[in-house]
Design a protein around this ligand. Structure first.
Ligand code: ATP
Length: 245
């Protein structure tokens, strides 16, 4: 038997303030070992989907009214964030938030939660290995890092929990092209090391160039999905999301 997807979202409906229906029957899957890209214009509901998965909806006065979220076959619909973290999910929120007053290493330690010391050491070695720029600045104050380095730190912090599934919300937003390339390479390496990734991006070219599968979201619903390579050459998608034909 094939293993269940790391993440399966089925017919999800989400409202804010009990009135604004933002997700309208959204379904998607992240198979084990895959990078899945979630594309869509501003306001399509991408961040809302991530909140529904992580259990952070409630902090935004949102609520799942229908549908389900399962992790490795276990139902976690409406579960609190701590349970989702224990289920192997880590996320990097939009805007590369780091603890600006803390050092690089303190930021990374914060991502390890209360894992035993040996596991912490192991994760730290693995993460610093992925990000040599952070390794050389372990004792630097995070707030003084460049935008690109802060993004790497935010990703590194999420990886400290050794997640099975990494959720990335617009990791390339506001980064110079060279840094977008770096983020792309890092996501690829993280995936090669066995972590499944759900990549929310406005930068469709970047996302589809590493993803195995892509979904296109419009007003809270999936309107297209398919192998990333197919979406990348699709005329409609190129025109609408890539701004070129
Ligand atoms: P962006 O790229 O701009 O973040 P997105 O695709 O991630 O867009 P969401 O942030 O999920 O979209 O927003 C989807 C819709 O839900 C938008 O119309 C937004 O205004 C609305 N929305 C988001 N958060 C709330 C909230 N806390 N209360 C009410 N409406 C909200």
């Amino acid at each position: 038997p094939t293993s269940p997807p790391v993440l399966a979202v089925a017919n999800l409906e989400v409202v804010y303030d009990d009135v604004v229906l933002v997700l309208r029957g959204l379904s998607l899957e992240v198979p084990a070992g895959a990078v899945v890209a979630l594309l869509g214009a501003n306001g399509a509901g991408k961040t809302t989907l991530l909140r529904a998965v992580t259990g952070l909806l409630i902090a935004h006065r949102g609520r799942i009214v229908k549908g389900s979220v399962t992790l490795d076959g276990t139902d976690v619909t409406g579960a609190d964030p701590a349970r989702v973290v224990r289920g192997g999910v880590a996320q990097v929120m939009e805007g590369r938030r780091v603890f600006a007053e803390m050092t690089v290493e303190e930021n990374l330690r914060a991502g390890a939660h209360s894992r035993p010391r040996a596991e912490y050491r192991e994760s730290l070695t693995r993460v610093l290995d992925l990000f040599p720029a952070l390794a050389s600045r372990r004792r630097s104050t995070a707030g003084y890092l460049s935008g690109g380095e802060q993004q790497m730190l935010a990703i590194g912090r999420a990886l400290m929990a050794s997640p099975r599934l990494l959720l990335l919300d617009e990791p390339s937003l506001g980064l110079a092209p060279r840094l977008v390339e770096q983020v792309r390479d890092i996501v690829e390496r993280i995936n090669q090391q066995g972590t499944s990734v759900l990549l929310v991006e406005q930068n469709a070219v970047m996302a589809l160039s590493i993803a195995h599968h892509g979904y296109v979201l419009e007003v809270g619903k999936v309107v297209r999905d398919g192998p990333a390579a197919d979406l990348l050459v699709d005329e409609d998608i190129r025109e609408f999301y890539l701004g070129s034909t």
